[in-house]
Design a protein around this ligand. Structure first.
Ligand SMILES: Cc1cc2nc3c(=O)[nH]c(=O)nc-3n(C[C@H](O)[C@H](O)[C@H](O)COP(=O)(O)OP(=O)(O)OC[C@H]3O[C@@H](n4cnc5c(N)ncnc54)[C@H](O)[C@@H]3O)c2cc1C
Length: 354
């Protein structure tokens, strides 16, 4: 029996390919189908072209050139239904250990949401009950890598008006919002919140935006809004403290206090490594090490696919849905289910697409 952990796009794609070959498997997901995409803010535009994030050769043709979060969720739901994929939703793998030379013992507990997103962040450590244990021979971890925010570790970060996630833009209409972050999420949030009538101050740690880190179609609009004074910007910003009324920090010249009703700290996310640690998977620089021909880790019969294989990414995101499809083929090949893995050259994704 094979256990696939995680029903994001790549876990689903893996499960479809196993089911197409009548291989016995189970797939468990701590939240809903594609729970990472579920927690994107409503109306988020997906930067990848639709055909590059289609899975298992099922066409994805939204009405607009770029798909939105909602289009992709509909697509993934329909693919899951079309293949009658037996995803066990709201079931979280909480422990995996070697039981015999050939088997792993896996503990699965009921879960109220996916691993990652604001609900995961708000959670106090769960004590799991109603645990089911099962024995499996092979484990495929498609668990993603956006599990918990990279914290700024400043006083006030845990206040209710501070978040590491943008939610429904309307919530911020008519309010003063300070956004801290230097990447795409911060740039996109600044533009979207300006358009719903928020008074936005964007604080980033560098001298200016790096074109390579921002979607090419966002940068001109952002630069214009800044030039016209519609979005305020603070460069070389070091965050120090957040109080009820102010976001406080400094840049290279002065102390900066920004009047704020809401603060969004969009400074990236990191991967939870508990399953890797329990299994003894080797991590180097927070990345699980796999054989790139098979996606198998140093623990025989444990595979890591999708963005999970990238670990916590720093200095720019390089693994996406579009360059992770090939992981599925590599596992199929390793399991001797296809003759050869597709010879897909991992196209280096332009950093601007991050
Ligand atoms: C705002 C935003 C926009 C993005 N836009 C794009 C884009 O345009 N293109 C792109 O390619 N990427 C984009 N990404 C990144 C994107 O989310 C990932 O590329 C995609 O979701 C990765 O798919 P995946 O299947 O590898 O992992 P995920 O989709 O992260 O799926 C992992 C799943 O595993 C589950 N899981 C984890 N641990 C356990 C456990 N212990 N037990 C059970 N289940 C578990 C999680 O709940 C989750 O559902 C974006 C991210 C954000 C935040």
């Amino acid at each position: 029996m094979i256990l696939v952990v995680g029903a994001g796009p790549i876990g689903i794609e893996m499960a479809i390919e196993l089911s197409r070959r009548n291989v016995p498997f189970r797939i468990v997901e701590a939240g809903s189908t594609a729970s990472t995409i579920e927690w994107y803010a409503p109306g988020t535009e997906i930067f990848s072209s639709p055909e590059r994030i289609a899975i298992a050769d099922i066409p994805f043709e939204p009405q607009t050139r770029k798909a939105f979060r909602e289009d992709y969720l509909v697509y993934l739901r329909n693919v899951v239904r079309q293949f009658k994929l037996p995803i066990e939703h709201y079931r979280r793998v909480v422990r995996i250990e070697k039981s015999t030379a050939d088997n792993f013992k896996v503990a699965i507990a009921p879960s109220s949401h996916g691993v990652g997103g604001p609900l995961e962040e708000a959670e106090t450590p769960e004590s799991f009950s109603d645990i089911e244990t099962l024995e499996v021979e092979k484990i495929i971890l498609a668990i993603g890598n956006l599990h918990v925010p990279q914290l700024s570790n400043v006083p006030g970060e845990d206040s209710t008006w501070v978040s590491h996630y943008m939610s429904e833009p309307h919530r911020y209409s008519g309010t003063r919002v300070t956004i801290v972050g230097s990447g795409n999420s911060a740039a996109e949030a600044a533009i979207r919140l300006y358009h719903v009538g928020a008074f936005v101050t964007l604080c980033h740690r560098n001298e200016g935006f790096r074109p390579k880190r921002i979607k090419p179609w966002l940068l001109p609009e952002l630069e214009n809004l800044i030039k016209e004074g519609k979005i305020q910007v603070v460069t070389n910003f070091q965050l120090k403290e957040i109080t009820r009324s102010f976001t406080m920090g400094s840049n290279d010249r002065e102390i900066v206090s920004i009047a704020s009703d809401f603060v969004l700290l969009l400074t990236g996310y990191r991967q939870k490594t508990d399953l890797f640690d329990q299994l003894g998977v080797t991590l180097v620089d927070a990345q699980p090490i796999v054989d790139l021909n098979t996606m198998e880790t140093n623990v025989p019969n444990v595979y890591v696919i999708g963005t999970a294989a990238a670990g916590t990414e720093s200095g720019g995101v390089k693994t996406f849905i579009e360059n992770a499809h090939v992981h599925v083929n590599r596992v199929l090949h390793a399991l001797k289910l296809i003759e050869r893995a597709h010879i897909t050259l991992d196209r280096p994704v332009d950093e601007r697409e991050i």
